[in-house]
Design a protein around this ligand. Structure first.
Ligand SMILES: Cc1cc2nc3c(=O)[nH]c(=O)nc-3n(C[C@H](O)[C@H](O)[C@H](O)COP(=O)(O)OP(=O)(O)OC[C@H]3O[C@@H](n4cnc5c(N)ncnc54)[C@H](O)[C@@H]3O)c2cc1C
Length: 300
């Protein structure tokens, strides 16, 4: 059977795209490997109606609601490759053979490369990427901003609204004179000796060991991991990329159309700012735009 749309990725962006297409009664195959980026967090915050829910709970609910539409097939599988086939696309699944569709929505997210090995076991609990997502839960505790990209001083500038903050330049990301003045005005301490290890019983953090042997208290660490595509599909299909703050993302127009006609992309994989609500909103747009492009082709 040829689907109208194959949506790859069944989290905030992919489920939101599939929902719009399902409600337009289009044949949709939603393929998901079940590895959303926020799976390390105990709770997800800021998503309206689901503030504080476990990420797995939100995803399960979304899958249940989207899967209830009769024109949707759900596949718990990995889409290994995708290529153009005639006027549509052919997607190869790790376990489920091949599937064909007229359009593809890529909602495959990104994967994180953390700057220090001791961060991995703490990721999503006491090592955090975003104060809006998790700052409230660690408020009033000693906070560290560990620089990993040129905008790191900006994140440090935000943090005093949640707790007393030290900005660790790691020897690489010295604030400009203007940034240093802003940090001083916000009461942020600046430490230039690199952090080499996080201490405390993971996933909690109690302190940081610096390269000169000093140990300084910190109960939550904010950092921006380098991000990379969680899947090679966009590259295989020939989509254009551009560099964002933390890594590459797929180039899309306002309708979430990529540089490859018929391929739409949404969510973290296709935008520089990473947040569940933004991913979901982009997924809605991708679903609507994929539907619109089918309609326009049928009306031509
Ligand atoms: C630790 C952590 C905590 C976070 N907490 C919050 C928070 O509290 N609030 C908030 O707003 N944001 C939070 N975020 C950001 C939020 O998780 C992301 O913005 C959001 O998950 C992006 O949604 P997405 O659908 O684009 O990608 P993802 O949620 O990452 O989902 C991508 C899906 O695609 C699947 N996939 C990838 N490749 C393939 C393939 N080839 N075949 C099949 N399936 C595939 C994956 O398995 C995954 O299920 C957090 C991020 C992290 C890292």
């Amino acid at each position: 059977m040829r689907y109208d749309v194959i949506v790859v990725g069944g989290s905030f962006a992919g489920l939101s795209a599939a929902m719009q297409l399902a409600r337009a009664q289009r044949r949709v195959l939603l393929v998901d490997a079940g590895q959303p980026r926020n799976r390390f967090a105990e709770a997800s915050h800021g998503f309206l109606g689901q503030d504080g829910s476990a990420p797995a709970h939100i995803r399960r609910l979304g899958l249940k609601q989207v899967g209830a539409y009769p024109t949707v097939d759900l596949a718990q599988d990995v889409a290994q490759s995708a290529r153009r086939a005639g006027d549509g696309f052919r997607v190869t699944l790790a376990e489920g053979g091949e599937a064909e569709s007229r359009r593809v929505v890529l909602a495959t997210g990104v994967a994180d490369d953390l700057p220090l090995p001791s961060m991995q076991a703490r990721w999503g609990v006491s090592v955090l990427h975003c104060p809006y997502c998790h700052g409230y839960e660690v408020r009033d505790r000693p906070l560290a901003a560990i620089a990993n990209h040129p905008m790191a001083a900006h994140q440090a500038l935000l943090l005093p609204d949640w707790g007393p903050t030290t900005y660790f330049t790691q020897g690489w990301f010295e604030p400009s004179p203007e940034e240093a003045a802003q940090l001083a005005a916000r009461g942020v301490a600046i430490e230039r000796t690199p952090v080499v290890e996080l201490l405390g019983e993971g996933p909690r953090t109690e302190a940081l060991r610096l390269a000169d042997g000093r140990v300084v208290p910190a109960e939550a660490v904010f950092t921006a991991p380098r991000t990379r595509m969680a899947s090679p599909l966009a590259e295989q299909l020939g989509c254009a990329f551009e560099d964002g703050m933390t890594g590459p993302h797929i180039v899309v127009d306002p309708m979430k159309q990529t540089s490859v006609p018929g391929v739409f992309a949404a969510g973290d994989a296709a935008q520089p700012m990473h947040n569940a609500t933004l991913a979901s909103a982009a997924g809605v747009m991708a679903g609507v735009a994929a539907h619109r492009s089918l309609v326009l082709a049928e009306a031509a």
